[in-house]
Design a protein around this ligand. Structure first.
Ligand code: ZN
Ligand code: ZN
Length: 452
């Protein structure tokens, strides 16, 4: 029987010597960072992260930057969550030690080809006190999201407040990982960093509503990237950036780079270099550009092409706080809708779209468009009605001709062309109710001497 027995599929490989901990928040925008995972791993082994790193991990990491001495790299530990060799070496070493295969998903490594390292990561630790506190109270695994390590993310999208990087107890900053790091605690004074909003130790600075909307949008756009990483190819190709931007130039500016550059307020030459794939925009630049266009960063990078404005306007991602706004408020910041409507009107393609179809393609209710762009909508409707009228008259004429032919044929076959018999041979029998068609039937029969 032995040869028939297969070991059950287990995530823990025999060679692993460290605990296999779940990846907290995987498949969500709040997946933990690699440095958070290391802190939890150390705690699970009742070790300081420093000890774990030095004894267990450092010997496996290439010596070029540390020489095995972690004290010399603490100020660079932010890079452990990034896209560089420090992150990839550590991922490889930890995958081997824990039996994991997916630790790269706790870093920005999946995006290494499309996101430049410059200005990508905070050099110190940032956090949301309310997230810590709520996780503690609800008994959910305390962890530090990868999202908090990215410079583009200034706020917690769940609590819509600025992230903090100064300990309220000792007033110091923390490295992403240090000898005594512990998730949720200051690595300097070892005190708990979580706090509820009311009676908080923290001083909350208010952010103007419009600015907060932009910050939440940006954090959610990046959260969408992070959440999608497990379901995407291991490496997102560099060409995706140029293709995505090229699609945008095509969609928003009819292929005119200069006009597109004006639209996104970027230098024309820079946009040209991006579209040719010669340069990559920094993540913050890419997110800002997508915010202007209201296109999801993930869609820009992954979609073959932009199909409709419907997908463009979608704000990303809904969880756990939806940033989707009502069609009316979307309209307020979408002045380009007006130029799209004008383009619909000027386009001489036949048949012209109805206002219904045009609004659907733009992702708005017809009434909303009508309320805001009355003249354009009226013109679109009028042209559509006119076209429909002409088309109807033409098909009535076609029906009359058909009636003439059917009457003659039935007559040749020796059958009386009654209304019922004629209607059986018509492409559109319903048109026999039309006055003009009925009179043609009458006239044709009379022409053949059939006066019954
Ligand atoms: Zn929070
Ligand atoms: Zn402290």
């Amino acid at each position: 029987m032995d040869e028939l027995w297969e070991p059950p599929e287990s995530p823990v490989q025999r060679c692993s010597i460290l605990h296999y901990l779940n990846l907290v928040g995987i498949n969500t925008p709040y997946v933990e960072s690699l440095t958070s995972h290391i802190s939890r791993l150390a705690e699970a082994h009742s070790l300081y992260p420093g000890v774990l790193m030095e004894r267990g991990i450092a010997p496996l990491i290439a010596k070029q930057y540390t020489g095995g001495n972690l004290h010399t790299i603490y100020s660079h530990t932010c890079a452990l969550n990034g896209t560089g060799v420090m992150a990839s070496d550590l991922v490889q070493a930890l995958n081997n030690l824990t039996g994991h295969r997916q630790l790269h998903l706790l870093t920005m490594l999946p995006w290494v080809e499309v996101v430049p390292q410059r200005e990508l990561l905070y050099s110190s630790r940032f956090w949301c006190p309310q997230c810590y506190e709520e996780n503690r109270i609800s008994g959910f695994e305390i962890h530090e999201p990868l999202l908090w390590t990215l410079k583009i993310v200034k706020i917690c999208p769940i609590h819509q407040q600025l992230l903090f990087n100064l300990c309220p107890h000792c007033g110091q900053t923390n490295y992403l990982l240090s000898w005594r790091s512990r998730v949720g605690y200051c690595s300097k004074c070892q005190k708990w960093l979580g706090a509820s909003r009311s009676g908080s130790l923290y001083e909350y600075n208010s952010v103007p509503e419009v600015e907060m909307q932009r910050l939440v949008w940006s954090a959610n756009a990046v959260g969408e990237l992070i959440a999608s990483a497990p379901s995407l190819p291991t490496l997102i190709a560099r060409e995706n950036v140029a293709r995505g931007l090229g699609n945008c130039v095509e969609f928003f500016a009819d292929g005119n780079i200069a006009e597109f550059a004006r639209l996104v307020q970027a230098p024309k030459n820079t946009v040209w270099l991006w579209c040719k794939g010669k340069n990559l925009p920094q993540l913050d630049t890419l997110v800002a550009l997508c915010f202007r266009l209201k296109i999801s960063v993930l869609d820009l990078l992954m979609n073959e092409k932009i199909e409709t404005l419907e997908s463009v306007i979608r704000l990303s991602p809904g969880k756990p706080i939806s940033t989707r706004r009502s069609p009316d408020t979307r309209l307020a910041d979408l002045d380009r809708v007006e130029s799209h409507l004008a383009a619909v009107l000027l386009d001489h393609k036949l048949p012209p779209p109805s206002l219904e179809a045009a609004s659907k393609a733009l992702g708005f209710h017809r009434e909303t468009l009508y309320r805001n762009f009355k003249e354009l909508c009226r013109a679109i409707s009028a042209r559509y009605d006119q076209y429909e009228q002409i088309r109807y008259l033409r098909s009535i004429e076609e029906c009359c001709e058909e009636v003439r032919q059917v009457v003659h044929r039935l007559h040749r076959e020796g059958t009386y062309p009654s209304e019922a018999r004629v209607s059986q041979h018509l492409t559109k029998p319903g048109y026999l109710r039309n006055k003009r068609v009925r009179s043609v039937l009458q006239e044709t029969r009379q022409g053949l001497g059939l006066t019954k």
